[in-house]
Design a protein around this ligand. Structure first.
Ligand code: G
Ligand code: G
Ligand code: MN
Ligand code: NA
Length: 254
């Protein structure tokens, strides 16, 4: 397929760009984290969504190189933001199920790279989806342990959309739950989505996890989440995903 062919040249051609979206501490309003989101600036088609090219990258095996590129870019920027903005700043990166289950010593190499930058593992969070944990095989458990050994944290993305079994939450060491934006969208006092969000937050806290609400678009949603004890918010209310330089300027301007 032509797009897959183009994808092969995209890394060398420097056509990928890492965007960042702020994650806000709801109690203080401070930006203490960011999610890294990849973009492909295709020379003819313009911006291609990861929803379109990540599956192609997985099918062709290119996902491994792309994932490494994302990691290196994320590490470069989090180093800067930890030294210039907030000492505990974290950047989260997304890993698709196939990518997460890839063979090899990737986290060992990542850890060595972080060490060379004098960054602790806690600078990074890896976002995975709950489906991966539901039918967790030994590769998945092993990868989670490797991350843990490296000090890299783990977030469960799109939480609440997938499965009803929650037993994996006690089985695996997870640091963050990201409440899916389908819950945030219809938040209102006494709504069922409000009840579900509150229940997720209480459960997460009892298990020692922090909660990030995705898709926060209005001050009302932010206030309801904050009142429910949600730790962090992310969404268009605060900012859309933006190029790293722009994100850097935003942090500098306070
Ligand atoms: O930012 P946007 O809405 O375009 O992201 C669309 C989807 O692509 C999201 O599900 C997101 O998790 C995924 N995605 C974004 N960046 C990356 C990445 O670097 N690697 C992987 N595997 N998925 C990503
Ligand atoms: O699957 P994942 O949660 O990684 O994807 C994050 C996606 O959500 C990104 O594509 C990002 O662009 C999108 N996004 C971020 N904030 C908002 C928001 O407030 N509203 C909507 N509709 N999408 C958002
Ligand atoms: Mn995500
Ligand atoms: Na999500």
């Amino acid at each position: 397929m032509r797009l897959t062919n183009d994808l092969r040249g995209a890394l060398k051609g420097r056509q990928f760009e890492l965007y960042f979206q702020p994650i806000v501490d709801l109690a203080s309003g401070a930006i203490t984290k960011a999610e890294a989101l990849i973009r492909w600036n295709h020379p003819q088609r313009g911006v291609v969504s990861p929803l379109e090219f990540i599956p192609l990258a997985e099918a062709s095996g290119l996902i491994l190189e792309i994932g490494d590129w994302v990691f290196h870019e994320a590490a470069r920027w989090v180093r800067r933001w930890r030294s210039e903005h907030h000492a505990e700043f974290q950047v989260s990166i997304n890993q698709s199920p196939l990518e997460f289950q890839r063979e090899g010593d990737s986290y060992q190499r990542w850890l060595r790279h972080l060490e060379s930058l004098q960054l602790p593992g806690q600078s990074l969070v890896v976002e995975i989806t709950e489906g991966l944990l539901l039918d967790a095989n030994s590769t998945v458990s092993d990868k989670l342990l490797q991350l843990r050994d490296a000090g890299i944290q783990v977030a469960l993305d799109d939480f609440g959309t997938g499965y009803s079994s929650l037993s994996y939450l006690k089985k695996f060491d997870i640091d963050y739950l990201k409440i899916d934006r389908s819950f945030t969208r219809n938040l209102a006092p006494d709504s069922s989505d409000m009840a579900l969000s509150e229940a997720i937050i209480v459960m997460a806290h009892k298990l020692g996890l922090k909660v990030i609400a995705e898709g926060v678009e209005t001050p009302e949603q932010r206030d309801l989440l904050a009142a429910a004890g949600c730790d962090y918010g992310q969404g268009y209310l605060f900012a859309r995903p933006m190029p790293a330089e722009e994100f850097d300027l935003m942090l500098r301007s306070g």
